[in-house]
Write a protein that binds this ligand. Structure first.
Ligand code: ADP
Length: 194
């Protein structure tokens, strides 16, 4: 198996690039944001609780997202590998993911981070909010709160994978195809090591 984490702040293009990566490399795409939005659309108890936090730009509790990821990994026993998008977002989530993969006799091959300036991120998110129907993208204050959470909790996840020598940064500004080309090269460099 070959497992990748696509990392980066809100609006850095993880969703867009994830689609292209899973097509190219035949991986299963696991986005905790998408899984949570599906729970909200289905009006489940989990979704109703998660929505309150997401609308404020706060994180959903670790045990909730870890449980969702655990289920998805179990449901895709034949996967060639997974692309994790928007997860792990805390060190506790990263440690839990490492353990889940270890049980499957596999591990993270590589974490790739998309680097985008904060001004560009705000512009992209407000633009996405005009059409996406995502309430967390329409208010600049909530967007700024998501960046604050990212800096406080999520950026440490990069350190976790840097310690494992699995981290690589890619420039996330430019055309979608140019960024994908950089990601493709980073993935191919990484896969030879695992
Ligand atoms: P973005 O990366 O643009 O913020 P996501 O779709 O990844 O968008 O996430 C939207 C929201 O869903 C987050 O602000 C957070 O509230 C919640 N969320 C998604 N993934 C996680 C996670 N791994 N841990 C905790 N909360 C999460």
């Amino acid at each position: 198996m070959f497992n990748i984490i696509l990392f980066g702040p809100p609006g850095s293009g993880k969703g867009t690039q994830s689609e292209k990566i899973v097509d190219k490399f035949g991986l299963v795409h696991l986005s905790t944001g998408n899984l949570l939005r599906q729970e909200i659309a289905d009006k489940t108890a989990l979704g109703l609780e998660a929505k309150k936090l997401m609308d404020r730009g706060q994180l959903v509790p670790d045990e909730v997202v870890i449980g969702m990821i655990d289920n998805c990994i179990e449901n895709h026993a034949d996967a060639k590998g997974f692309l994790f998008d928007g997860f792990p977002r805390t060190v506790a989530q990263a440690e839990a993911l490492d353990k889940l993969l270890e049980l499957k006799k596999t591990s993270i091959g590589k974490m790739i981070a998309l680097e985008v300036s904060e001004d560009e991120l705000v512009t992209r998110l407000l633009k996405r909010g005009e059409t996406s129907g995502r309430s967390d993208d329409t208010n600049e204050e909530i967007i700024r709160n998501r960046f604050a959470v990212y800096k406080k909790d999520t950026s440490q996840v990069a350190e976790h994978y840097k310690e494992q020598n699995k981290f690589e940064m890619v420039k996330g500004e430019g055309s979608v195809d140019d960024i994908f080309e950089l990601l493709r090269q980073a993935i191919e460099r990484g896969s030879s090591a695992t």
